[in-house]
Design a binder for this molecule. Sequence first.
Ligand SMILES: *Cc1c(COP(=O)(O)O)cnc(C)c1O
Ligand code: SF4
Length: 475
Amino acid sequence: MSNQKAAQPMTEPVYTRAPYWQDVPDAQWMDWRWQMANRLNTVDELGKVINLTDSEKRALSAKGLFRVDITPYFASLIDPDDPSCPVRLQVIPTDREMVPFASMMEDSLAEDKHSPVPGLVHRYPDRVLMLVTTQCASYCRYCTRSRIVGDPTQTFSRKEFDAQIEYIEKTPQIRDVLLSGGDPMVLAPKLLDMILARLRAIPHVEIIRIGSRVPVFLPMRVTPEFCDMVSKYHPFWMNIHVNHHKEITPELAAAADRLTRAGVPLGNQSVLLAGINDSVHLQRRLVQDLVKIRVRPYYLYQCDLVEGSGHLRTSVSKGIEIIEGLRGHTSGYSVPTYVVDAPGGGGKIPVQPNYVISQSPGKVVLRNFEGFITTYTEPLDYDPDMIKHQEALVAPRPEPGQEGVLGLLEGQKMFIEPAGFSDVHARGGAEHRLRSGELAHKWQPLGVGSINPDPLKLAEPAPADENGSDNNDDA
Ligand SMILES: *Cc1c(COP(=O)(O)O)cnc(C)c1O
Ligand code: SF4
């Protein structure tokens, strides 16, 4: 039952604390409010804990740079004498942040453009991203939402939460709501509870999940009360954000354990970052250390084309090399999906090495991670329609306008054309006897789309329906 929490005191041994804070009483150090109130952000404050470089000092004193704030706990993970410390590079700016680069944008994923109401990004058919705050426990230099994150004047109001929730209520295709920000775990506990309760009350919302870096920046925020609160809203999932194995401390391990015992499945999203984790061997260590604390690597993101992140970007080929070095070499559980989030707003696009070497009717030639090349012989009498009567028992979920390439395979469409395609190919000519609108039937492929749903039915007289196993392809 759920009374196991008594066996899990919050007073785990305190391991991660820089000498500067040695005299802070343990109870205070482990109090998340104290950590939030004592964050570091100036040259003076950071200089007491870390030997800052000139470049870091210049950046910290510059105007208009993305917000800096670091919890004392996370600052304690920084090597004070190593300017290339992978933890340090994630949270302390250098003057390289001010260097512009080709293709950089403020909102490179066009999120604000794809938001029906402020802070709600509805990009995929069945799920939404709900931005609930612009505040975080600490700030990552490469943040993809630095256009709004960190800025308290950009944060969301009650009225905007209401508009977000109303949109979800009136959009039954949404079965999955992903809370993000900013970091939802820095919201006032009561407010987060209220948002979760309102989402859980919506019948078509099947799963609720949260993306948070708080377990990494501020593991003491993952209190038993927090775990009890979220477990009221199951199925509730969480993705944390660890980029380097140094971030996996006993405190993070204990926080992950509390969440897992509260029934929250944990995933990890990392960003591929130059000089921080752009190495097969470091990534292997990271993902193996994550599964040891029962966190499943979920995504490895290519760094977005966002202002300030130029010096932290890698080539895409590095990501492919990392997946080459993970898949087959280590547990499948530890291999994340490497994705490029499409500039301009297409969403996440998975990228991986090619494992299919060649194909012919009846044969697929494949290679494994060792370079072993094999042949899979395909059945020549495979009948993909055998499943149809089972398939008819599940109602298809509508994906208005987003059927995509699957729609081509399923015969809803014959082709997908870029905007303006027909106009370009009209070449400015007038409608004439060969291409008048009345002749549109000339371009209607038999059996594709809703006009002629099934070519076989056109060929044969329609049989009387015997057992309800008819295709669900009404015009
Ligand atoms: C990443 C993301 C999601 C969730 O995508 P999954 O692949 O389901 O994890 C949803 N909406 C937006 C806008 C996103 O960027
Ligand atoms: S925790 Fe997430 S939202 Fe906050 S600064 Fe880091 S990447 Fe951005």
